[in-house]
Design a protein around this ligand. Structure first.
Ligand code: CP
Ligand code: NVA
Length: 301
């Protein structure tokens, strides 16, 4: 593994190895056992979109590993004035040991990685959010003590979260049922991958997708960059909501996850979010541990 661009690039063993290391780092942090595995290393963090969890968990994470993070707003880099990504990649690689980037077009991350001489981590693109899904898998395994054989149901937009959840959950042996409105399906490449799995279904009715689910996940109806579509999406996604009525169809011990930020009363009711706040904020916490594991795997030695 030389980069983390999307989960499609990782084998099942690589995903499980990251989760195991993440569990170990979480244990060590809880017991105040230092783990300076990236002493003296620097992670550059390029942001073209807003972030709370990704920014802070990467910055705190690299510090806890003995290194340091550099927050690089694209607006303040020459990139914001049009310097090509390939020149940014080659320049940064002369100074630092890894690059995390949050941007729009996934192709830009692929391009950055192909020109960078250091590992590149995708901190969210329009296509994929691999770091979030590693944290989600870690959280599911903590709560259910396994992954294989569980059913994950995703309700809503076929966006970056739907794409990465589909790939990640299928790779670790889970069943995946998606409920997405017509016109808002996941990425074609992801669907081509998923269709090879008998335990994958793409439906249009949330109620059917939620049947006997162990984990129910949703995400905002309008992702970052889609602000101009908010009104039209409110109409298209009506009914694609995680609420108590939907939860009744899932297993009685089902958990609910949300990557956050959430739009209460749109994709999830406030009541469901608050009922599952413990697990949802464990999920947010696990970004820290999962990403520390990713950084150690990519930037260690
Ligand atoms: N879930 C997530 O990536 O959160 P931020 O947008 O706050 O980083
Ligand atoms: N799908 C959302 C996830 C935010 C963490 C977005 O891209 O805005």
């Amino acid at each position: 593994m030389t980069n983390l661009l999307k989960l499609l690039d990782l084998s099942t063993d690589e995903i499980i190895d990251i989760l195991n290391l993440a569990d170990q780092l979480k244990y060590e942090k809880k017991h105040a056992i230092p783990h300076p595995l990236l002493k003296g290393k620097t992670l550059g963090m390029i942001f073209e979109k807003a972030s709370t969890r990704t920014r802070v968990s990467f910055e705190a994470g690299i510090y806890q590993l003995g290194g340091q993070g550099l927050f690089l707003s694209s607006q303040e880099l020459q990139m914001g004035r049009g310097e090509p990504i390939q020149d940014t990649a080659r320049t940064l690689s002369r100074y630092i040991d890894g690059i995390m980037i949050r941007t729009y077009a996934h192709e830009n991350v692929e391009k950055l990685a192909s020109f960078a001489g250091v590992p590149v981590i995708n901190g969210l693109t329009d296509l994929a959010h691999p770091c979030q899904v590693l944290a989600d898998l870690m959280t599911i395994r903590e709560r259910k003590n396994k992954l294989e054989g569980l059913k994950m149901c995703y309700i809503g937009d076929g966006n970056n979260m739907a794409n990465s959840l589909t790939v990640g959950c299928l790779k670790v042996g889970m069943s995946v049922s998606l409920a997405c409105p017509n016109g808002y399906h996941p990425d074609e490449g992801v669907l081509a991958f998923a269709k090879e799995y008998p335990n994958f279904e793409l439906l249009s009715q949330p109620a059917k997708a939620a049947e006997d689910a162990d984990v129910i996940i949703t995400d905002v109806w309008s992702s970052m960059g889609m602000e101009s579509e908010i009104e039209q999406r409110r109409v298209a996604f009506k009914g694609y909501q995680v609420n108590h009525e939907l939860l009744k169809l899932a297993k009685s011990d089902a958990i609910v996850l949300h990557c956050l930020p959430a739009k209460r009363e749109e994709e999830i009711t406030s009541a469901v979010l608050e009922q599952f706040a413990d697990v949802i904020f464990d999920e947010a916490e696990n970004r820290l541990h999962a990403q520390k594991a990713v950084m150690v795997k990519l930037m260690g030695q």
